[in-house]
Design a protein around this ligand. Structure first.
Ligand SMILES: *Cc1c(COP(=O)(O)O)cnc(C)c1O
Length: 396
């Protein structure tokens, strides 16, 4: 057996393979350059064009593009009317932004545990967390797998709650044959470079509600409006009013042009991601020390990340040693995520270990493997070889 790189052996790769990466080609670059040479760098026509493109792709009536996905979640929480004293039910297996957005508005995140198969918030656990202060639910389509939205909607309808879907992982994913992005009251996507498409930094919220759309448009730009029908006063053509405490969360026109150009290729990106996932699944089929991702029958994921789970009972070491050994082989592994409430900031707010046992158990054993559209078959093969090499060594 080859010596592991962590013990001085030759690594599987000479160069480091990152876990995620954007795919930017000449047409993307040209699209950005064209805008830079034109009249509008911001608040021009390219933002609307991008918004329309994303809205029509996901099948929603409206979209509001903003400077990043976190701003998009903040905007959605604002539009939902989250304020001091309100509770919002959130998945713990997510990036901190999902629940930070609730805190920005003065609300209280209430974490409901995940389903141990899908890693998404378990609809069965949501109802037990509802109180008379609950205002909204933020389910997260973890790794790109859609949540069971029909079931979550049933609960939301019963208790009159707003659903803000954190679909940062799920642009292009499908739920029961329909693209994620039109079923929840508001759906947030992120365009960070590791996500499904990129604008550098960027985010968007899609909605079918004109009322929420208008509120978000105002929030994105300082809470200021010029719309005649809703002004309290009108001093003349120059007049605008600040009606809410908004922010400057605008996306630039050159970022929007990049986004529009990226949207032309999203189906290609996703089909390559699906191809790589199939290669991984097939290669790991007989490796009983790891669990490959489960996909529910209602979901058709676009695969933002590929997360495996190790079975510690079949290994001589823990996730930490497996992770370090893979890193030494030059494989860009990662962990998504520490359950949000275990971050020190949240612990200081009073959240305690043991709150969501399924999420904590998953965290102990999970490893994210590299996955991005421009990975070659050789890259994929390197990851597979490295995983097998490391597992072979640490097998009980
Ligand atoms: C990426 C991401 C966000 C938003 O992140 P930004 O970097 O602000 O665009 C929100 N939620 C989840 C689950 C994410 O992965």
């Amino acid at each position: 057996m080859d010596k592991l790189a962590i013990f001085g052996g030759k690594p599987i790769r000479d160069t480091y393979l990152s876990y995620g990466k954007q795919t930017v080609d000449e047409s993307d670059i040209q699209a950005v350059v064209d805008v830079l040479k034109g009249d509008y760098l911001t608040t021009g026509p390219f933002v609307k064009e991008f918004e329309n493109k994303v809205a029509s792709y996901v099948g929603a009536k409206y979209a509001v593009a903003v400077s990043n996905g976190t701003a998009a979640l903040h905007m959605a929480c604002f539009a939902a009317g989250i304020k001091d004293g309100d509770e919002v039910i959130v998945s713990p297996m997510t990036f901190a932004a999902s629940s930070n957005a609730v805190l920005y508005c003065g609300g209280t995140p209430v974490f409901a545990d995940i389903d141990p198969m899908t890693y998404n918030i378990d609809p069965d656990g949501i109802e037990a967390k509802i109180t008379n202060k609950t205002k909204a639910i933020i389910p997260v389509d973890f790794s790109g797998q859609s949540v069971d939205m029909d079931r979550i909607k049933e609960i939301a309808d019963k208790y009159n709650l707003i659903i803000i879907e954190d679909a940062a992982h799920a642009l292009g994913s499908e739920y029961k044959g329909t693209k994620v992005g039109s079923k929840a009251d508001m759906v947030e996507f992120s365009f960070h470079p590791v996500k499904l498409i990129t604008t550098g930094e960027g985010g968007i919220v899609t909605t079918n509600s004109e009322k929420l759309y208008k509120k978000m448009m105002i929030f994105r730009s300082h809470g200021i409006t010029r719309e005649k029908e809703i002004l309290n006063e009108n001093h003349g053509p120059w007049y605008y009013e600040q009606q809410y405490l908004g922010y400057n969360y605008r996306l630039t026109d050159f970022q929007s042009a990049l986004g529009t150009s990226q949207m032309n290729k999203i189906e290609d990106f996703i089909s390559r991601r699906r191809e790589i996932v199939k290669l991984y699944n097939d290669s790991f089929k007989d490796l009983k020390e790891i669990v490959t991702p489960f996909e529910a029958e209602y979901s058709n994921s676009g695969w933002h990340i590929y997360v495996i789970k190790i079975k510690p009972e079949l290994l001589t070491v823990t996730r930490k040693e497996i992770f370090e050994a893979l890193q030494a082989e030059n494989i860009g592994v990662n962990v998504h995520y520490l359950p949000v409430y275990l971050h020190p900031y949240y612990r200081n707010l009073g959240y305690e270990k043991g709150l969501c046992p399924n999420a904590e158990e998953l965290y102990k054993n999970m490893i994210t493997l590299p996955l991005f559209p421009s990975m070659s078959d050789k890259d994929v093969n390197d990851v597979v070889t490295a995983v097998k090499k490391v597992i072979d060594y640490y097998r009980k």
